[in-house]
Each structure stands twice: as structure tokens, then as C-alpha cells.
Write a protein that binds this ligand. Sequence first.
Ligand SMILES: NC(=O)c1ccc[n+]([C@@H]2O[C@H](COP(=O)([O-])OP(=O)(O)OC[C@H]3O[C@@H](n4cnc5c(N)ncnc54)[C@H](O)[C@@H]3O)[C@@H](O)[C@H]2O)c1
Length: 285
Amino acid sequence: MSKLYCEFDPKRAPADKTLPGLLKGQKALVTGANSGIGKACAIELGKAGADVVVNYVKGDEAAKEVVDTIISGGSKAFAYQADVSKEDQVQAMFKRMREEFGTIDILINNAGIQKDSKFTEMSLDLWNLVIGINLTGQFLCAREAVREFKRRGVIPEVSVSAGKIICISSVHDVIPWGGHVNYAASKGGVMLMMKSIAQEVAPDRIRVNSICPGAIRTPINTAAWDTPEAYSELMTLVPYQRIGEPEDIGRMSVFLASDMADYMTGANVYIDGGMTLYPGFASGG
Ligand SMILES: NC(=O)c1ccc[n+]([C@@H]2O[C@H](COP(=O)([O-])OP(=O)(O)OC[C@H]3O[C@@H](n4cnc5c(N)ncnc54)[C@H](O)[C@@H]3O)[C@@H](O)[C@H]2O)c1
């Protein structure tokens, strides 16, 4: 019953608006692409003409479904299982991508987890697990991508830049989040990692940006939206009065990866229905 309530939410994201062919000839890698936001990015990039590596850590069937969807739309795709927090697995994934697709033009650094605990009860293992995937994982993938972008340089018929990295961060790179200190620290870290890489590699015509989602309807935060009570509570934080859909993020990933965004680098793009607008001040302060 509660699921239906959310499925028939009249304020859902609008229908598909992807521009076909915008990323024709480009090769993309999306981490954590068999669920939620990563899945939507992989499918939207595929619809826009990119060939896509669908990275995942668990869930062969779900990864295969994403691959099949992309192939049925006319782009190439294959699934690759790798834990982004492990250096050897990340390097093997990039090697395989070069063998299969020749190079990489677009990295969507998306894989992430949330493992909550009260601060005083947070174990070092829980801290390291979240930092290892959400921050170190993004570092390892970004480093391999930049190495390849620099090796290959600009190919003007493909794109006016040598490569694009899009980090999936969160509104919690600026909104503190008690009970989720490991998660907020990982996303705060992504912000300055992204901006520092962007500053360092801009002269090589490599663009690095982040998308910072608010509340998006995915398995990572089911408890925040899957009952009418939870959904109404969530809406007190969202001025635009609807939850975000994974496609809201997927479409922005296409824009940022395309030459339409060629002068954008080092930017944090918040897609959050106004969550970062201090909604509590709308009627007070
Ligand atoms: N859903 C939201 O409201 C929201 C808001 C802000 C930011 N985000 C961020 O968006 C990203 C995607 O989250 P989601 O909401 O789609 O959740 P999700 O749980 O649906 O997807 C997470 C994906 O990451 C993959 N993954 C986890 N550990 C991995 C590892 N070690 N190596 C490779 N892949 C791994 C999972 O298999 C899955 O495909 C995360 O970085 C998350 O922090 C989500």
C-alpha cells in the first residue's frame, strides 16, 4: 500500500528528455551501475549514444538487465564486477575497458554506501568501510581515468575535452548529518578531492564536477520514503514537494559529460528540490 502511494505520486519527475546522439562515440564507465542513481546514469548515457561499462559489486542479474537495456537502445555495454575500494580490482577494470572499448571518455564515480551509527558507537571498521568505498573508491577510479585521459589527449571528433569525471556526492557534503558521521565525512571529502583534481588537470582539458543529490528514491534510503508518514516527514525538508527520481540525476550526468558543459569544471551541482535552501527559514528566522 505504502509503495503504491509513492509510485503514484503526482509530483514525479517529468518524462524522458535525453538528447539522442549527444555522446555518440564516447566511452563511459559508471560505478555502482546496477541500482538506483548509477543505473539511471548508465541508461541515460547509453540513450545519449555512449557505450557503457556497467560496474557492480553484487547482483549479476541486475547488472545484466542494465546492460540489456543499453544494448536494446543501440549502444554497446558490458558488465564488470569490481569492488571500487580495491586498487587491484579497479586497475583490472580499467585495463579491461581499454581492451574492449579502446579508451574512456566519461567516468561517473557513483558507487556508495551508507552505514549508520551513533558517533560514540561507531567502530573503526564501519568508519573505514564507508570512507573506503565512498571516498577512496572515487580516488582510485578518478586516478585511473585521468591517467588514460592524459595518455590519449583530445580527439576533437569525439569531444572538445580529453575527459570528464562526474563524482556523485550528496547534499551532505555541506549539510552536517548526525548519526551519519562517516557518510558526511566521505562526501565532504569528495568535494575537495573533486575540486583539487579539477584545478590540477584543467590545463590538460579534463573536466571534473560533482552532482550532489538530495533525497532520491533508491534502495539506499527506502525508510525515508516508503510509507506515507515517512514521505510527509521527508517533504518538510524539500521545498519543491516531491522526492527526486534517479532519472533527475541521470539527465544531469549526460549534460555534464557533454560538450554543452565545456566551460564547467570544479562545480558542485545540487539537485535536491531545494533541500539546501534552509527550508526551516521559509516561515521563520
Ligand atoms: N539516494 C539518495 O537519496 C542519494 C542522495 C545523495 C547521494 N547519493 C549517492 O548516490 C550514489 C548511489 O546511491 P543510490 O542511492 O543509487 O544507492 P543504491 O544502493 O541503489 O546504489 C549503490 C550502488 O553502489 C554499488 N556499490 C556499493 N559498494 C560498492 C563497491 N565496493 N564497489 C562497487 N560498487 C559498489 C551497489 O552495488 C549499487 O549498485 C551513492 O554514492 C550515494 O551516496 C544518494
